[in-house]
Ligand binder design. Sequence first.
Ligand code: ADP
Length: 337
Amino acid sequence: MSDAYSSPAYQFIFRSTSDGILITSKEGVVEQINPAAAAMLGVTVEEALGRSPEMIFSQHPALINLFTRRGSQTLDVRLPKRRLAVGIANTQPDGRRIVMLQDVTEKQELETRREALISTMSHDLRNPISALGGFAELVEKFGELNPQQQKFLTRIRQTAQKLYDVAGSLVDLAWIEAGMPLAHRPINLGLLIDRAVTQLTSLAMERKITIAVSVQDPMPTVIGDPERIQAAIYQLLHNGILYSLGEQTVAVHAWGDMHEAYFSVADRGIGIADDELELIFDRLYRSRDERVRDLPGGGLGLTIARTIVTRHGGDIWASSNLGVGSTFTFVLPAAQP
Ligand code: ADP
């Protein structure tokens, strides 16, 4: 073994870390396996050394995969006793293959429980909330109300609607974060933009906002889940309209090349303070700005949009000047012809 693998510092880390480390030689036999890896995989160090991964780990196809492929790779590896590890593999310049295993069983269980809780809570919340809104509407139908009562009732209805929307977004988020399968279809972004614009035309008219659309022709195709991408487009456009001041234009652009497709929404609305720009994509974050507090919203739209875009291998960001306006942009990888 070369010096790098036998230095005392390396040996110390190798023996004492709780992450599993396995190294195979150029010829494909196990040269090193640390105690953590042996314990995780239910073998002894002696059993493993000098053998090929196919022989000793036949119960763990994902692990064999990590050894037999080239380049860098990450895969979930099922361990004995229903445990789960994330395996990261890399080929060294000297031809050795290193596989690291990180036991994520507890983390995964917590995540699953958290998602189940969010999902149940949101379902259980939506029914009573919608009943609340429904009864508030009924009150008006059974007798004259004074202006004060009317005002309070309107507030009840608006609050119920807001809660209902938040609960709905939590369901979406739990579903997306639970790693729901995404469709894998060719997407025509222009078409999805048209649909989102149609859905939001009445809100725009109500707020005296003009939506200006410019889509490059031809637009590169992207591969993914059209419904989800449309939800991301809808969310950005919805925000552009909502956080605009009246009688202004919200500009929607889409362009791209053979590598990437871009989508942006630019408004001349209230803008976002510099110190909040990093926070707005966080779950449940809403600006401190009073003009935002007065508008309906639960602070989940951008979190969902970001999750959708990143799950498609893309990226999303915002630039803004307080009082001048904001631009939200996302980029997705274009389908290779
Ligand atoms: P919501 O709109 O429901 O509050 P979002 O996650 O969509 O939740 O947005 C989070 C926050 O980001 C908003 O509350 C608002 O403060 C800010 N924001 C989003 N889009 C814009 C925009 N176009 N202009 C100004 N602020 C925005």
